[in-house]
Design a protein around this ligand. Sequence first.
Ligand code: ADP
Length: 334
Amino acid sequence: DRLVTAEADGDDQAVEAALRPRSLDEFIGQERVREQLSLVLHAARARGGTPDHVLLSGPPGLGKTTLSMIIAAEMGVPIRITSGPAIQHAGDLAAILSSLSEGEVLFLDEIHRMSRPAEEMLYMAMEDFRVDIIVGKGPGATAIPLELPPFTLVGATTRAGLLPPPLRDRFGFTGHMDFYGPAELERVIHRSARLLDVPVDDDGALEIAGRSRGTPRIANRLLRRVRDYAQVRADGRVSREIASLALDVYEVDASGLDRLDRSVLHALVTLFGGGPVGLSTLAVAVGEETETVEEVAEPFLVRSGLLARTPRGRVATAAAWKHLGLVPPQNAAS
Ligand code: ADP
């Protein structure tokens, strides 16, 4: 239920579908991945074949699902969307694979979370477009080979390093997605604002961009909250001032930190002199579970250069003190 989470929440689904770019040309940023993909798709079209399997790696909310839909659209083929955790048994995967149509794109989100037997079935399917369906158990079990139509697997993972090498090696192309810069996010926001019919000026879009943690999904979500504010408290137009007032109400600050992030920093700085302090002590001080502090708050604080994880504990950097409007002590970590 955090406004700044990069994971999709229930509310996002319908709006996200409406805001998805439909072609590579419409897709903003990620220049390198876009160019590489464009070559892969053009070559496949010229050959009249299906594109190689594609692996997209990167944090949530950066456009992996969107790119998989674009691949299908650019190739003029249907797409089937599923995820690693949804495929627990090899049979689940066999059912999906055997019902694919020729050339279809299969998008497998969180591919690193598939079960081992399903993964092994996938190796063969990717390489030979074939699966062995095992019928029966024990010594009487037999493998019935099943031919599959050629298809393109698009796998998405938050960390390509988590994939077993035999799986990684079966992708013809891996695209690494990075966080978006403010100028790119500004374009994402302008584009979404046009589609949602919200008048936003450049400064308003930049203000939202600066609070979006480099993530289009968050940018789109913040835009919707700012739109509400602009409609209820002003004339509907989004300027820098309106965006900033709106996001202050939602407690998302100028750097994209929310209340949880700030309370962690605040405790670290005011209660522990900037650290080092152990994770569990810090968690007790902010009244949260250690997992929440470690997995929900810290990654962005670390990425923003505000908090460092050291062998002796968590440490606030000089930037953290400044962020809270405080003067860093002489020995603060940089
Ligand atoms: P992921 O699969 O990586 O979690 P999605 O593809 O679902 O991310 O993207 C989340 C939202 O962000 C979608 O609504 C999509 O429209 C938007 N989005 C992502 N990347 C871009 C982009 N490059 N340009 C415009 N909108 C984008």
